[in-house]
Design a protein around this ligand. Structure first.
Ligand code: AMP
Ligand code: GLY
Length: 461
């Protein structure tokens, strides 16, 4: 493991003492280097980000827009519409925000980073054009062609009949994707031609809104999936870490896909040799090509990879931290997250090296019944405080809210992320499920096998 770079050593006891006294005051921010931060988002990812930022001795005030009851324990939640760029800029000016961190993809694709940049406000997150790496599958496929990045063979269509003819000629299994953002619902891995044709018909008839106006059809890749994360300031690409998500709703990876039902990090199936290949064959050519095009990627690049028999292949890029990957990566990060993200925003990543806990983290998503369809909202959740006090355990909030009496209620599909740290995935899994058993929530459910691939590998050792 690398030692933290000098940048990461700026936090001193002196800072910490001043922070206790002067937290958030203008004087402290300008005189001794405190920084006020605005974080955009409201999921488990944003609770994990705000939890990690709150550990920084350099943090002044932390605002989260709109946040959730978990982020409220780390900073101040505020009602600010990320689509209203002028309002975000005005807030940053009035609160002397030194760094804006954009969590979800939609505000990035909506150009919030460009607006902030244009107003002279430091922002961690890519431009609208660079966010097309997530916002348009056709954009990413074209980049893969240009940069010779290994990915599934594909064709793109605006005409449903031509798309169906291509599928019939190509055969099944085959993957049908809506070009635009579709909240995780835009990909159908079709096992039969009929299923593929139905997916094409659904997308072409507006079933996913504008996202489906262009359709990408891809060959099916086979292997084990991993999520790999790299920080970039446009020039430097700094390896972050890996995780493995569990997308299907049911045990044994059955049922429909979700935003992710649990994860662990690091994903050791991505060996150092494979990681090097991912960097050389996928990440670096992509970052270099984006820069050469005059649209450098700045932020965190999340590569969804398939480890196939012939090597790692890119399934997709996302332009943000993953959720629930964030809830297992950040608890392992020893380096000050504020220093790292600020360096990313300021083009100073070459000065940073990252240090990690020599532990595994595993998270299980506690979801509301009905998810990924219509989740049951408003049911009461008890015992979160008890679970969070267990050793090596963190409970991150996602879709939760509090009623007037302070009771915690479900308010979304993915509601809590229960993370545990340990020396092995097997042990972290046991601890996470022990914590879940302390949570009393009749309206929720979770998978009982998060980490199963790695647990099986550990048992063979
Ligand atoms: P996405 O919504 O783009 O993250 O894709 C959802 C999931 O669909 C991925 O995590 C993969 O499991 C699967 N998938 C996407 N593209 C392919 C492909 N070409 N081959 C096999 N599975 C794929
Ligand atoms: N966990 C997958 C994602 O964040 O897109």
């Amino acid at each position: 493991m690398n030692e933290p770079a000098p940048l990461a050593e700026q936090g001193t006891n002196a800072y910490a003492r001043h922070r206790e006294r002067d937290r958030g005051s203008v004087v402290s921010q300008t005189r001794i280097g405190f920084m006020n931060v605005l974080l955009i988002g409201s999921g488990g990812r944003e609770h994990a980000l705000s939890w990690a930022l709150a550990k920084s001795p350099r943090l002044g005030r932390l605002f989260i827009a709109p946040g959730n009851p978990g982020t409220a324990q780390c900073g101040t939640n505020i009602a600010l519409n990320p689509d209203d760029h002028s309002a975000v800029i005005a807030f940053c000016r009035s609160e002397q925000i030194g760094l804006v961190i954009i969590g979800p993809e939609a505000p990035l694709v909506g150009g919030l980073a460009d607006a902030l940049d244009g107003a002279g406000i430091k922002v961690f997150g890519p431009s609208q054009t660079a966010a097309q790496l997530e916002g348009s599958k056709a954009f990413t496929k074209a980049l893969c062609d240009e940069a010779h990045v290994p990915t599934a063979a594909y064709a793109r269509f605006t005409d449903a009949e031509k798309a169906k003819a291509y599928v019939r000629a190509r055969g099944a299994p085959i993957v049908v994707k809506a070009d635009g953002l579709a909240a995780g619902k835009g990909v159908v891995v079709a096992q039969t031609i009929q299923e593929a044709e139905e997916a094409i018909a659904m997308m072409a008839s507006g079933g996913l809104g504008d996202a489906g106006s262009q359709i990408v059809i891809e060959d099916c890749l086979f292997g084990e999936e991993v999520s790999y994360f790299v920080l970039s300031d446009g020039d430097t690409a700094l390896a972050f870490t890996s995780a493995q998500d569990h997308k299907a709703v049911g045990d044994g990876d059955t049922g429909p896909n979700t935003g992710g039902m649990g994860a662990y990090s690091p994903a050791t199936v991505l060996t150092p040799a494979l990681e090097q290949r991912v960097m050389d064959e996928i990440i670096l050519p992509s970052i270099k090509t984006m820069k050469a095009r005059g649209t450098p990627f700045k932020g965190i690049l999340f590569a969804g990879l398939m480890l196939t028999d012939t090597g790692p292949k890119l399934i997709e890029y996302n332009v943000r931290f993953g959720d629930p990957e964030c809830e297992v990566m950040l608890p392992r990060l020893k380096t000050d997250l504020l220093d790292v993200l600020e360096a990313g925003a300021c083009g100073r990543l070459s000065e940073v090296s990252l240090a990690w806990e020599n532990k595994t983290a595993l998270t299980v998503i506690h979801a509301a019944k009905g998810y990924p369809g219509t989740p049951l909202k408003g049911t009461e959740i008890k015992g979160v405080e008890i679970a969070a006090k267990l050793p090596d355990t963190l409970v991150f909030h996602a879709g939760t809210t509090r009623d007037q009496d302070g009771r915690l209620l479900a308010n979304g599909g993915r509601v809590l992320a229960v993370t545990a740290m340990a020396d092995s995935v097997t042990e972290a899994q046991q601890k996470a499920y022990q914590a879940l058993s302390a949570i009393d929530w009749a309206g929720g459910f979770y998978r009982s096998d998060i980490g199963w691939r790695e647990v099986a590998r550990e048992q063979k050792k």
